[in-house]
Design a protein around this ligand. Structure first.
Ligand code: IPM
Ligand code: MG
Length: 370
């Protein structure tokens, strides 16, 4: 990434040049990606940044085309980029076939592992005008604002496996090093926020969780400003819906984080609203937390906001704060103007499609006075 002078819109930097790998994947992926890319280009133009995109194959259509859900060429494209914009992978033809040798999801897991993306940052925020969309009571979710830091390259997802017809297992393998590095990321986020970290584990049952807790207890004194508490995952699942405002930063292992962040999306009101960032050793990846929703493919009904907000996280990662803030402002304005996809539209409200919501946000950005 190349940086030049400062920007007129209040951004710190101007003339940044960004190389983006675009992995649109399957299902609704290409449709929401189109909107994410449009928004990214509009913001770059507004702030005087240069951006170039390189598309690469992944997921089910990569299996169909080259027999590999994360081909080597895609890996190289990611390694050569400053950031990866990822949409979604998955296809029912693989879900319904337990004998499939390769699965689209393996592409996503291979990308995470090969890029060393051990830290998955999943913010759970509420939008005031969408509070009623949450299945939880308004007064419980109002003001909920926390981040789940999910460990992304260890645990059962990657531990030793056996898949037999009579016996099958997945190993929840963690090393001290893996636990320590993700805890440090979590403490850094906690330091920048309300200084409250909840370590979520199952230390009353699992050996791997006891390692997590032991390492956390060793590290906690190094962050005296942060209040650290420890919570069993079953209790955390309950607390998240009983009192979501309790949480500030939560850190947990791969599998627990997968489950808790889907639960988190119910606080916000729609899966289509939650972005995420995955960071670690190599190129960071920005992606919605939702899946490929194959049933909606081509129907122009998928919500592009999680993808667009992932672009905001991308800018923020590079410390391009004003750029991220403009996207968030445009997203909020679209919601306030009821320019919404069907699943979050008010009763009797006009039906906006994926493209129309994306275009409205682009127009908002273009029309914003410098
Ligand atoms: C997620 C998804 C993935 C995961 C799937 C698609 C492999 O559910 O990113 O949360 O389990 O990590
Ligand atoms: Mg998930």
């Amino acid at each position: 990434m190349k940086e030049l002078e400062s920007s007129p819109l209040g951004g710190d930097k101007r003339g940044v040049s960004l190389k983006i790998a675009v992995l649109a994947g399957d299902g609704i992926g290409p449709e929401i990606m189109e909107q994410g890319v449009k928004v990214m280009s509009a913001v770059c133009e507004k702030f005087g940044h240069e951006v170039s995109y390189k598309e690469a194959l992944c997921g089910a259509h990569a299996i169909d085309e080259v027999g590999d859900p994360f081909p080597e060429e895609t890996f190289q494209t990611c390694m050569d980029a400053d950031a990866v914009l990822f949409a979604s992978v998955g296809d029912p033809k693989f879900d319904n076939n337990p004998n499939a040798k390769v699965r689209p999801e393996q592409g996503l897991l291979a990308m995470r592992k090969k890029l060393g993306l051990f830290a998955n940052i999943r913010p759970v925020e509420t939008f005031d005008c969408l509070i009623h969309k949450s299945p939880l009571k308004d007064e419980l979710v109002r003001g909920a604002d926390f981040i789940c830091i999910r460990e992304l390259t260890g645990g059962m997802y990657f531990g030793e496996k056996k898949e037999g017809t009579d016996v099958a297992y997945d190993t929840n393998y963690y090393t001290r090093k893996e636990v320590e590095r993700i805890l440090r990321v979590a403490y850094q986020y906690a330091m920048q926020r309300r200084k409250h970290l909840t370590v979520v584990d199952k230390a009353n049952v699992l050996a791997s969780s006891r390692l997590w807790r032991a390492v956390a207890q060793e590290i906690a004194p190094q962050y005296p400003e942060v209040t650290t508490d420890y919570m069993y995952v079953d209790n955390a699942a309950m607390r998240m819906i009983q009192e979501p405002t309790f949480f500030d930063v939560m850190v947990t292992e791969n599998t627990f984080g997968d489950i808790l962040t889907d639960e988190g999306s119910c606080i916000t009101g729609s899966m289509g609203l939650l972005p995420s960032a995955s960071t670690g050793e190599h190129t960071p990846v920005f992606e919605p937390i939702h899946g490929s929703w194959p049933q909606a493919k081509g129907l122009n009904i998928a919500n592009p906001l999680a993808q667009i907000l992932s672009v905001a996280m991308l800018f923020e990662y590079f410390d391009l704060k004003a750029e991220g803030a403009l996207i968030r402002e445009a997203v909020n304005a679209s919601l306030d103007a009821n320019v919404r996809t069907p699943e979050i539209q008010v009763e009797g409200g006009a039906k906006y499609g994926t493209k129309e919501v994306g275009q409205w946000i682009v127009d908002y950005i273009n029309n914003k006075n410098a």
